[in-house]
Every structure is written in structure tokens, then in C-alpha cells.
Design a protein around this ligand. Structure first.
Ligand code: COA
Ligand code: ZN
Length: 320
């Protein structure tokens, strides 16, 4: 109230953090990770209170060998005694959908982009073709009562084309919603967005585009250090679903130079410090990151994680 009177921004009371580390994070890691370690990572993330975890991908194992154990990972997810967690998987085509159904998946994500060159490089199709490929996948999911999320990559910039027209984003968004996607995740695939751009794109989608706010999620990469500022702007615009990756692992391998998903720890630290509820235990996310980190061969990029581990080394109490 005071904030409204003073003209300061108003933020949502609670935010749903969608954990994409096991998929978007691990798909881009070069060391082969044992399946049981992926499963342990996912179980710890579920136990940390993350409501939605993108667990793996039923894409071509030749395209993404890192996730070729998708069926085994899903089988283990179903056995995790944390029924409130929803496990989502990425599905590119009917073949992937059939594999996902066999694995007992109840929530899928399909993916396309707002730029033609990126779509061609990533899935070897035009945007229109990619949407046509998804149509039967989404229709089947709907018949089976399976939730569908739609990813739109390169919303704020493309590695091949540069600037992306917000109206192209709007057109793809409408197409995915008409097809039956319940939620759209707007991806800054190469981490170029700034808050002004975030405001402009969201204003177009929810204003002229009339897309309900609760159907939009944001997916920022921290490649240029703007991810948290962009989240803040999205929250201010009324968004309350934010994608993040434990430890800050990964990013899309098809975008040259793309590194650094927004780290779950970093966004949780900011949200909790602002009094915004997430239902997630930050220390338990740190613990999950700590268990998988040795298998990746490099330090997690999460700033919170690094500060936390450094303070442990110095024998200080981590500042939570
Ligand atoms: N699961 C398992 N195998 C699959 C598959 C799937 N979902 N989709 C295709 N394949 C296999 C086919 O069976 C075929 O195998 P074969 O040569 O042994 O017969 C081979 O892959 C080629 O199939 P094709 O239909 O020609 O597809 P493609 O090679 O053009 O692949 C995609 C298109 C999009 C399915 C594939 O490139 C892919 O999965 N890409 C992953 C993209 C991704 O995850 N990006 C990260 C998101 S940012
Ligand atoms: Zn990402």
C-alpha cells in the first residue's frame, strides 16, 4: 500500500520458480553425467520444494546425447516421494511424444523461436513448420490430459539475425496458445535483454496481444549480467513465473557464446530478500548444486553459490 502511494513498483506476493537445470542446464554440459547423479540432483531439487522441474528431454539422442537417458530419468522421477512436484520434459516431435508417453510423462514442453535463422539451426525447420510439427503433439497431449508449456527462444535477440521484432514474438505466442499450450516461457536465449526491452515486449504481449499474465513465464540468461534486472522488471509488469537453473548451469548449445542460465540460487536470494514467497528452501538448492558440481568439471556460475561456498571455506556463517 505504502509502495503504491509512493509510486514505487509493486511486486507479486509469491513467485513460482520453474527449475530447468536438469534439462536446460545439463544438456549443455560436456562431461557425461551418470544417470544416477542426475536422478539424485532432481530428487534433491524436488525436496528443496521446487514445484516444477524440467527433468529431461525426449529429443533425438544424436542431437543431444547428454539427455539420451531420458526414459530412465523419468522412471526415477515418478518414484520420488514428492507428489507435489511436476516433472516436465522437452518434446520436439511425435517420436519424442511417444517415448514420453511410454515413460509416463504428465507434462511436456514444446519449443520454437521468434527468429527464422535460429529455428533453422536449432531444429532444422522454419517457424511455421515447427508449429505444424507440434500441432499433433500438442493435440495428443491434450487428449491425454497432459500439460503443455511452449518455449519461445530468441525473444529478445537472435545470434544470427540480431534484433527480433516483438510482433514476431506475439505471432508465435498466439499460435502456441491457440494450439493449446497453457503456459509460454519467453526465452532470452543469448542473454541480451535489458529491462526496457522486457517492459516493451511484455507490454505488447499482455496489452495489444491480450495474453493473460498468468500464462507467461520468463526465461533469462545471465550472459551479460542483466538477468536479475530483467526478472525484476518482469515481476513489476505482473509476471510471477520465472525459469531458473540450479547453479546457473547450461544455456542453449545452439547459440554461439550463450552461457549462463539465470541461477536458481541467485533469483531465490533476491526474491526471498524482497519478502516474495517461493516455497523453495535456498540452502537445499545449494546442496543439490553441490552434489552435481563435481560431475561437471567446473565451478557453478551462481553468484550466491560461490559466495556461500567461499564463506564456508573461510569458516564464516553463510549469509542467508
Ligand atoms: N527421439 C529419439 N529419436 C529421434 C527423435 C526423438 N524425439 N526425433 C528424431 N529422432 C531420430 C530419428 O528416429 C532418426 O533416427 P535414425 O536416423 O536412426 O532413423 C534421426 O533422429 C533423424 O530423424 P529426423 O526425423 O530426420 O529428425 P532430425 O534429425 O531432423 O531431428 C529434431 C530433428 C528437432 C527432432 C532433432 O534435431 C532434435 O531432437 N534436436 C534437439 C534440439 C534441442 O533439444 N535443442 C535444445 C533446445 S534449446
Ligand atoms: Zn535457458
Amino acid at each position: 500500500m505504502i509502495e503504491q502511494l509512493s509510486g514505487l513498483p509493486v511486486f507479486p506476493m509469491s513467485v513460482r520458480v520453474v527449475e530447468v537445470g536438469p534439462r536446460d542446464g545439463l544438456q549443455n554440459e560436456h562431461m557425461p553425467i551418470p544417470t544416477e547423479q542426475k536422478i539424485r540432483f532432481i530428487r534433491l531439487l524436488a525436496e528443496a520444494g521446487l514445484e516444477v522441474i524440467e527433468a529431461t528431454s525426449f529429443v533425438s539422442p544424436r542431437a543431444i546425447p547428454q539427455l539420451s537417458d531420458a526414459s530412465a530419468v523419468m522412471a526415477a522421477c515418478k518414484a520420488v516421494p514428492k507428489t507435489q512436484t511436476r516433472y516436465t520434459v522437452l518434446v520436439p516431435n511425435m517420436k519424442g511424444m511417444e517415448r514420453a508417453l511410454l515413460a509416463g510423462v504428465r507434462s511436456i514442453a514444446v519449443f520454437t523461436a521468434a527468429s527464422e535463422s535460429f529455428t533453422r539451426h536449432n531444429i532444422r525447420a522454419t517457424i511455421a513448420e515447427s508449429l505444424e510439427n507440434f500441432r499433433p503433439v500438442v493435440a495428443l497431449a491434450k487428449r491425454e490430459g497432459i500439460a503443455v508449456r511452449g518455449y519461445i527462444s530468441t525473444v529478445f535477440g537472435c545470434p544470427y539475425e540480431g534484433a527480433v521484432d516483438p510482433y514476431a514474438v506475439l505471432a508465435v505466442a498466439h499460435a502456441l496458445l491457440e494450439m493449446g499450450a497453457e503456459e509460454l516461457s519467453l526465452g532470452d536465449t543469448i542473454g541480451v535483454a535489458t529491462p526496457k526491452q522486457v517492459r516493451e515486449v511484455l507490454a505488447l504481449l499482455v496489452g495489444e496481444g491480450a495474453i493473460p499474465l498468468d500464462r507467461l513465464a520468463v526465461h533469462f540468461h545471465d550472459t551479460r549480467g542483466t538477468a536479475l534486472a530483467n526478472v525484476l522488471m518482469a515481476l513489476q509488469m505482473g509476471i510471477h513465473i520465472v525459469d531458473a537453473s540450479a547453479g546457473g548451469f547450461g544455456g542453449c548449445p545452439y547459440a554461439p557464446g550463450a552461457a549462463g542460465n539465470l541461477a536458481t540460487e541467485d533469483v531465490l536470494y533476491m526474491l526471498h530478500g524482497m519478502g516474495i514467497q517461493t516455497g523453495v528452501d535456498l540452502e537445499n538448492v545449494v546442496a543439490a548444486t553441490r552434489t552435481i558440481a563435481p560431475y561437471l568439471g567446473h565451478m557453478p556460475t551462481s553468484k550466491y553459490f560461490q559466495a556461500h561456498e567461499a564463506s564456508l571455506l573461510l569458516g564464516e556463517e553463510p549469509h542467508a
